[in-house]
Design a protein around this ligand. Structure first.
Ligand SMILES: [Cu+2]
Length: 417
C-alpha cells in the first residue's frame, strides 16, 4: 500500500503546474528587485503580494496541501486497519477541539472589531433626531451582542463537551413545554420593546407639531442622473410650483413661472443651513429612483420620480464645530446618492455647510435666482435689465435677443402643453 496509489497523477500534475508558475512569478519579482537594486534607485515596483494571481495561487497551494495531508491520513488509517490496530485518530475529539478553537478565534475577532474598528463608525449625530436614532442603534447593538456571545459560547462548548465518546448514548428529549415557553416569550418581549421603541422614535421624527415662531427653512432637492439640483425658496420662504411638462433646456426643473413663488427661488451649489433651525427637505427626482443620504444627520430617503417626499430635521452641530470634534480641519458634511442609479452614481454628492444664522443670511442673498430673461420671455413676463449689463451697450443688446429667440423656439413645444 503506497502513498503513490492515493495521490492520483492528476493531483501531481496540478501541483507541478502551480509550483512552476509560483516559482516563475517569484523569480520574476526577485529579478526585478535585483535590477532595481543594481540601478541603485528606488523603483515603483508593483509588489507581488498585491496581485490577485498571487492569492489565487496561494489558495490553490493551500487546497493542495490540505488534500495531500488528507490522503496521508487516509494511508495512515488504512495501514492501522490492515494491521488490526485500533483507529489512530479520534475524529470526534478533533472536531470538538476545532469547534472550541473556532469559538476562541471568533470571539477574539468580535473583540478586535469592536475595539480596533469600532471608532470607524460615524461621529456624533449632527441633528436633533439623529441622537435618538443613535440611542436606539446602541441599545439594539448591546442587546444583540450579548445574545450573540451567549448563544455562540453555548453552541460551541456543547459541541465539545457532548461529543460522541462511545461511552454514552444520546438522550431522546423531544419536547418540553416550559422550555418552549421561555424561548418564545423572552425573545418576543425583547423584540416587542425594540419594535415599539422604533415605532415611537419614528413617529416622533415624522409627526411634528409646527412651531409658528420657528418655521422650517424649505429646501428642495431634485435628483437626476447624475446631479443634484438645490433650490432655495427665496425671500417669500415658499418653493414655487413645478411641472415636469415645463422641463426644457433652459428650465431644467420645469418651474412654472406663472406661480409668483417661483420668481425669487434661488439655486445653490452647496446646501448651507443655519444651525439649530428646522429645515424641511422637499425631495423629488427627474428620472429614476435615487436616494438622498446625509449620514452625519442620520437621514436617508428615496427620491421618487412623480412623487414628492418630505423630511424635517434640525442640525445641531456646525461644520466648524464638527471639524474640532473629529480633529480634522478639512472635514465636510456631505450628502450623497445611496441608490445605484447608473454609471455616474459614485459622483452624486454635494457639500452641506452648517453655519450660524448670520453666516447663512449673508450667504443666501448672494445665491443666483433661477429666473432670467430667457425664461421671462417664455412665460410672457416683463423683461428686466440684466444686473451688471451696461444699459448703453448696443452690441450686447443685439446679441442677446438672437440667442434668446432661439431658446424660445426650442422650448415652444413644451410650452404648448
Ligand atoms: Cu445614485
Amino acid at each position: 500500500m503506497s502513498l503513490r496509489k492515493y495521490i492520483s497523477n492528476k493531483t501531481i500534475a496540478a501541483l507541478a503546474v502551480i509550483v512552476t508558475v509560483f516559482a516563475n512569478t517569484s523569480a520574476f519579482a526577485q529579478e526585478a528587485a535585483a535590477g532595481a537594486a543594481a540601478a541603485n534607485k528606488p523603483v515603483d515596483m508593483f509588489p507581488i503580494y498585491k496581485s490577485a494571481a498571487f492569492y489565487t495561487m496561494l489558495f490553490l497551494l493551500l487546497c493542495l496541501f490540505i488534500a495531500i495531508v488528507g490522503k496521508a491520513i487516509t494511508v495512515y488509517e488504512l495501514t492501522r486497519e490492515a494491521q488490526d490496530k485500533p483507529a489512530g485518530i479520534n475524529w470526534n475529539t478533533v472536531n470538538g477541539v476545532l469547534f472550541v478553537l473556532f469559538l476562541i478565534v471568533g470571539l477574539y475577532g468580535v473583540y478586535f472589531e469592536y475595539t480596533v474598528h469600532g471608532h470607524m463608525i460615524l461621529p456624533d449625530a449632527a441633528s436633533e433626531h439623529g441622537a435618538k436614532i443613535d440611542q436606539m442603534f446602541n441599545i439594539t447593538l448591546i442587546l444583540t451582542t450579548i445574545v450573540f456571545i451567549g448563544t455562540h459560547i453555548v453552541l460551541f462548548l456543547f459541541s465539545y463537551f457532548y461529543k460522541n465518546s462511545g461511552k454514552r448514548k444520546a438522550y431522546y428529549y423531544p419536547h418540553n413545554n416550559a422550555l418552549e415557553r421561555i424561548w418564545t416569550i423572552v425573545p418576543a418581549l425583547v423584540l416587542t420593546v425594540l419594535v415599539l421603541m422604533g415605532f415611537l422614535t419614528w413617529r416622533s421624527i415624522f409627526y411634528k407639531i409646527e412651531d409658528p415662531n420657528n418655521k422650517p427653512l424649505s429646501i428642495e432637492i431634485t435628483s437626476q442622473q447624475f446631479v443634484w439640483t438645490i433650490r432655495y425658496p427665496g425671500a417669500d420662504g415658499v418653493v414655487g410650483l413645478k411641472n415636469y411638462k415645463l422641463i426644457t433646456g433652459t428650465n431644467a426643473l420645469g418651474m412654472d413661472f406663472k406661480d409668483k413663488n417661483n420668481l425669487d427661488d434661488q439655486q445653490a451649489d452647496e446646501m448651507v443651513i443655519p444651525v439649530n433651525k428646522p429645515v424641511r427637505l422637499i425631495l423629488t427626482s427627474k428620472d429614476v429612483l435615487h436616494s438622498f443620504y446625509m449620514p452625519h444627520f442620520r437621514i436617508q430617503l428615496n427620491t421618487v420620480p412623480g412623487m414628492t417626499s418630505y423630511f424635517e430635521f434640525t442640525p445641531t452641530i456646525t461644520t466648524v464645530d464638527m471639524q474640532t470634534k473629529v480633529n480634522d480641519p478639512a472635514f465636510k458634511f456631505l450628502f450623497y446618492c445611496s441608490k445605484i442609479c447608473g454609471s455616474g452614481h459614485y459622483n452624486m454628492q454635494k457639500v452641506v455647510r452648517v453655519v450660524s444664522q448670520a453666516e447663512y443670511d449673508a450667504w443666501v442673498v448672494k445665491q443666483p435666482k433661477f429666473i432670467n430673461n430667457d425664461l421671462r420671455k417664455q412665460f410672457d413676463l416683463p423683461i428686466v435689465p440684466e444686473a451688471g449689463a451696461p444699459a448703453s451697450a448696443p452690441a450686447d443688446s443685439t446679441a442677446k435677443p438672437a440667442k434668446d429667440s432661439s431658446a424660445v423656439a426650442m422650448n415652444k413645444p413644451a410650452l404648448k402643453k
